[in-house]
Ligand binder design. Structure first.
Ligand code: PDD
Length: 284
């Protein structure tokens, strides 16, 4: 049985409860972060804290806890649940209040929940085989830069992709790929250039994305941050995604059409190795 953090308490998962009046439950009025754990250490914790604060700020949700407080909770959960490899999920909601479309008073205490998920991340069958994706219209709201818990549409898109025989969805807005259901999307052109959607309100600024693009540039790979169409993706020599849970994940098929030779490509494989090595060195 896992130990879960709920509003200051470390409790057994069966006792981890929040109110039915929680704004996260009633309005999806909350934000989250998923941080990976390698060798019992946190990967890019400062990056996740910085994005959490940005998400909170965009929703005018004051948050009294410091990064040190959050680090201490993450570390205690890693130790108590003996996580060597896996994920830590953190959610902050606006708190418990009478149901009302207006925000409750600012002094309403935030609901803060964290839990762990033990999971092999490095030795991944999906990464060895590569994933199949299906394109699905991006019908999410226009503030995808905020990491809210409003995940119904990504969940529906992934279900739709799976019903079409794929592992995941690539979301498409006006003919151009924005991102995956829970990852950033990339293609590699014939001349080796890596293309990924530029940052804006229509995608989440991935913490893995930033680190992987830094690795790519250090390796002298050419990177272009711009929109790409589904047609361009279908003609790419390689494709991949990045996220805290998948690191660098090769994509071998889009809408039933093989990308390159239908096997994980060299760029994705190389970036995955370099990214994992760099993160293992820097994890805290
Ligand atoms: N998802 N885009 C979306 C829509 C995401 O939900 C995520 C992360 C990413 C990648 O961000 P990062 O590299 O910081 O993980 C991009 C997490 C892993 C999830 O929902 O489980």
């Amino acid at each position: 049985m896992r130990t879960v953090y709920v509003n200051g308490d470390y409790v057994s998962e069966e006792d981890a409860k929040v109110s039915v009046f929680d704004r996260g439950f009633l309005f999806a009025d909350g934000v989250y972060e998923v941080t990976s754990v390698l060798d019992g250490k946190l990967v890019d914790f400062p990056g996740h804290c910085a994005r959490l604060r940005r998400s909170l700020g965009e929703l005018a949700m004051g948050f009294p806890m410091s990064d040190e407080d959050l680090l201490a909770i993450h570390r205690r959960l890693v130790v108590e649940n003996q996580i060597q490899e896996g994920l830590i999920y953190l959610q902050v909601t606006r708190g418990v209040a009478e149901r009302d479309f207006l925000f409750p008073p600012e002094e309403t205490p935030r609901t803060v929940v964290l839990f762990t998920q033990a999971k092999p991340l490095i030795e991944s069958a999906s990464a060895a085989r590569g994933q199949k994706v299906a394109t699905v219209e991006d019908l999410r709201w226009s503030r995808c830069d905020i990491k809210t818990v409003q995940l119904l549409y990504p969940s529906m898109a992934k279900m739709e992709a799976q019903s079409r025989g794929a592992d995941d969805a690539w979301l498409v807005r006006e003919g151009e790929v924005t991102e995956g259901s829970s990852n950033n999307a990339y293609i590699v052109l014939e001349d080796g250039t890596i293309v990924t959607r530029d940052l804006s309100n229509v995608i989440l600024s991935g913490i893995t994305r930033r680190a992987v693009l830094k690795c790519a540039r250090t390796l002298q790979m050419k990177v272009m941050e711009r929109a790409f169409s589904v047609e361009e993706a279908l003609m790419a020599v390689e494709a991949f995604t990045t996220s805290a849970s998948g690191f660098v994940m090769p994509v071998v098929e889009i809408d039933g059409q093989k990308i390159g030779d239908g096997m994980p490509g060299p760029t994705a494989k190389h970036l995955r190795e370099v990214y994992i090595a760099e993160m293992r060195k820097a994890a805290i």
